[in-house]
Design a protein around this ligand. Sequence first.
Ligand SMILES: *[C@@H]1O[C@H](CO)[C@@H](O)[C@H](O)[C@H]1NC(C)=O
Ligand SMILES: *[C@@H]1O[C@H](CO)[C@@H](O)[C@H](O)[C@H]1NC(C)=O
Ligand SMILES: *[C@@H]1O[C@H](CO)[C@@H](O)[C@H](O)[C@H]1NC(C)=O
Ligand SMILES: *[C@@H]1O[C@H](CO)[C@@H](O)[C@H](O)[C@H]1NC(C)=O
Ligand SMILES: *[C@@H]1O[C@H](CO)[C@@H](O)[C@H](O)[C@H]1NC(C)=O
Ligand SMILES: *[C@@H]1O[C@H](CO)[C@@H](O)[C@H](O)[C@H]1NC(C)=O
Length: 512
Amino acid sequence: MRHKNKSVTHSASAALGLLLLCFHIASVAADKVPSITPNGGLTDAEAHYIRQRQLLYYRDEFGGRGENVTVDPSLIFENLRLRDAYVALQAWKQAILSDPYNLTVDWVGSDVCNYTGVFCAPALDNPKILTVAGIDLNHGDIAAYLPEELGLLADLALFHINSNRFCGTVPQKFRRLKMLYELDLSNNRFAGKFPRVVLTLPSLKFLDLRFNEFEGTVPKELFDKDLDAVFINNNRFHFDIPDNFGNSPVSVIVLANNKFHGCVPSSLVNMTNLNEIILMNNGLQSCLSADIGRLVNVTVFDVSYNRLVGPLPESIGGMVSLEQLNVAHNYLSGKIPESICRLPKLENFTFSYNFFTGEPPVCLGLEAFNDRRNCLPGRPTQRSAAQSVTTILHSTFFSAVCLLSSIPTTGLLSPSSVLSPSASLLSTTAAAASLFTSSTTTASLFTSSTTTISSTPVSTPTIPGSTRLLSTSTIPASTIIITATTIIITATTIPNAITANLLHKAPTTSSA
Ligand SMILES: *[C@@H]1O[C@H](CO)[C@@H](O)[C@H](O)[C@H]1NC(C)=O
Ligand SMILES: *[C@@H]1O[C@H](CO)[C@@H](O)[C@H](O)[C@H]1NC(C)=O
Ligand SMILES: *[C@@H]1O[C@H](CO)[C@@H](O)[C@H](O)[C@H]1NC(C)=O
Ligand SMILES: *[C@@H]1O[C@H](CO)[C@@H](O)[C@H](O)[C@H]1NC(C)=O
Ligand SMILES: *[C@@H]1O[C@H](CO)[C@@H](O)[C@H](O)[C@H]1NC(C)=O
Ligand SMILES: *[C@@H]1O[C@H](CO)[C@@H](O)[C@H](O)[C@H]1NC(C)=O
């Protein structure tokens, strides 16, 4: 089929402005603000600065951007969808400031299915025509932004651009991507509010926004959406976890290293598909719900580095699938229930830096455990009375539990000193954050542009101190079929690849 097309000019625009913006960020990184590293986070001041610059350059009805793509009339396209894809990809190419691996150098001409990182398949609604079904520019180290024209890729099922230097926001016109199943924007420089447009995507199952600079609240609707995996860790989100959290059908959810606060939602126990949940380092308060034991399929449960108080519920002993349990760095107290240490699959139980006063002997037989810095009689490296006083002066009232029994001088504990924020807490929080700066890779789903796409991790992930931590669960929906006949994504290794990288970002410097 041949189409001779007239020249079409797409909305002219702030392309230049955005280019300047990104250059400006680059130069900020280079000289004015030396603390910005390729993988590093931005400081609040830097984020503020970028936001300001963006406001200056936004133009169209969404505050978005458009490019000026002209389709050469001599180009011949197999069908109109590929022609649309050409416009989208050329607009994107115009938005690129730096492409150190020359990935987009071959983005020339009408054969878009042959472009590096672009994958075609027969359209779902019309198997006779070829359309762009996937984009994979993972680990490209490309500096650019996402132009609104990407909304022209209406048949896109996978969009993977992790570990690049994409900045700006997610285009509003992504709402046209009705087939989008996996969206991986992780480890880039996206900023601004939570990209609400993702909530409008009817097919979306896998959402990965981790290691960006998103900020503000997370819309409640996220937890009512039919998603299978949600990674929003290591951003600047700041909100109370809403009550409908437990409505989420996810099997994996990672909120770690944001500024969430409020209570651990009691609706958590309603999450019947849940396999792995990581809420670490967020400032969550409250006790763990007594019926938490209903989460019988959960293998990884991590609420470390929060402000949880009270005892560990006995019912955790009913979480029979549990392999990794981390409650360290909270204000938990009481005795460790013996049933927890008898859990059949428990491999690693970390409960250091709390105020536990009793530990059944069976816990000492676990493959891996950490009970340091508690109030456990007869155990090494516990809190000394002096340390406890220091800590307690700066922690919550509940943390007094084990001290009050051993130190008579409770007169020290005036309400204001007990409740004031803790320098040591802040420093442990910073230490926790630094745990997550090491490099790993995320699976590259595409190994070829031909008929079968298999997922293989680019390299073995390394997780500091715990290589097995997140490697055991499965993501049931990750075997996906984009089209009836052609591209079959047999994702047998996706679970490992995804979960082993629950928290980690990939190096921007690794080759694609
Ligand atoms: C768009 O690009 C064409 C060709 O490069 C140029 O002639 C035209 O002036 C541009 N339009 C705008 C509004 O920038
Ligand atoms: C990319 O292309 C430029 C110019 O052709 C060349 O100098 C550079 O070495 C290429 N980079 C890679 C990684 O191939
Ligand atoms: C696709 O690209 C390869 C090299 O990258 C080239 O040899 C081939 O001719 C291209 N196919 C078409 C149809 O352009
Ligand atoms: C769990 O779900 C049930 C049924 O939808 C609901 O009635 C209950 O309130 C939920 N529990 C919590 C703790 O949210
Ligand atoms: C646990 O998983 C099984 C098998 O997938 C499922 O049938 C069951 O409903 C789940 N139970 C809970 C409480 O999550
Ligand atoms: C157990 O888990 C903790 C916390 O995630 C980790 O620091 C530690 O290295 C793990 N231990 C082993 C032996 O995997």
